[in-house]
Design a protein around this ligand. Structure first.
Ligand SMILES: C[S@@+](CC[C@H](N)C(=O)[O-])C[C@H]1O[C@@H](n2cnc3c(N)ncnc32)[C@H](O)[C@@H]1O
Ligand SMILES: Nc1nc2[nH]cc(C(=O)O)c2c(=O)[nH]1
Ligand code: SF4
Ligand SMILES: [Mg+2]
Length: 210
């Protein structure tokens, strides 16, 4: 157990919830094949989180990064999406350098609430009102993806965060899944009026894939 904790602290092993090869369903890279690594542990507590199973890291066994990458390399995947849970709770330097050693592109999904370790080809930051993103993380984002649950208040939150990212950061509004029907018309109208924003759908859920 002590050895496992040391391995996790060093970023040599990570609490793995699941791994799967699928299609990136959301945001800028939508539609491209990608291998997903979902890491356990998150203390942010979004009430609509679709991955609540990840919240307790202790429920998920630690897996060595060599074993994780070995499974990636057994597929034709050219890119890996590291998600969670909140993956930035961990030291991601060893995992990303091993992936890059094998010419695999590294994509991150994060709330931005913690410092970002690792070497990333693409960072998707989805800011949360429960625990605000760090300015240092916002400045690294290639993509800002704001979830719309309460339309008025979440749009205001989206506009506030958009002021803190770089000029070339892509801006997405993504309907919260359970309130899709309630909010989609307002989101579409907002994008038409404010075309700096784009619509991101969770297309994997429509396609029925993980
Ligand atoms: C499960 S989170 C894990 C990564 C990180 N903790 C985060 O929140 O960005 C992955 C992505 O799914 C989004 N998401 C989670 N639940 C959702 C829901 N019910 N509807 C739409 N998007 C959701 C998050 O905002 C995030 O962009
Ligand atoms: N297909 C698919 N695309 C995704 N993009 C971001 C996801 C995530 O949970 O981080 C996700 C996911 O869970 N599945
Ligand atoms: S930050 Fe991400 S994983 Fe954590 S509760 Fe929110 S959506 Fe879920
Ligand atoms: Mg998901």
């Amino acid at each position: 157990m002590k050895e496992q904790i040391a391995q996790i602290e060093a970023g040599k092993a990570l609490p793995l919830v699941e791994e799967f090869y699928t299609i990136q369903g959301e945001g800028f890279h939508t539609g491209k094949a990608a291998y997903f690594i979902r890491i356990g542990g998150c203390d942010i507590g979004c009430r609509w989180c679709d991955s609540k199973i990840t919240w307790s890291a202790a429920m998920h066994g630690a897996k060595s990064i060599e074993d994780i990458v070995h499974k990636v390399l057994a597929t034709p995947a050219k890119s890996v999406v590291v998600t969670g849970g909140e993956p930035t709770l961990y030291n991601l330097n060893p995992l990303t350098s091993l992936l890059k050693k094998h010419q695999v592109k590294t994509f991150l999904e994060t709330s931005g609430a913690y410092d970002i370790s690792g070497d990333w080809d693409w960072i998707c930051l989805s800011p949360k009102t429960n625990k605000h993103p760090k300015l240092s993380s916002l400045s690294k984002a290639n993509e800002l993806k704001v979830i719309i649950y309460n339309f008025e208040e979440d749009i205001a939150w989206a506009e506030l965060q958009a002021r803190k990212v770089t000029n070339d950061c892509k801006l997405y509004l993504q309907p919260e899944w359970s309130r899709f029907k309630k909010n989609i018309d307002d989101i579409v109208n907002y994008v038409k009026t404010n075309p700096q924003w784009e619509l991101s759908l969770q297309s994997h859920k429509f396609a029925g894939v993980p």
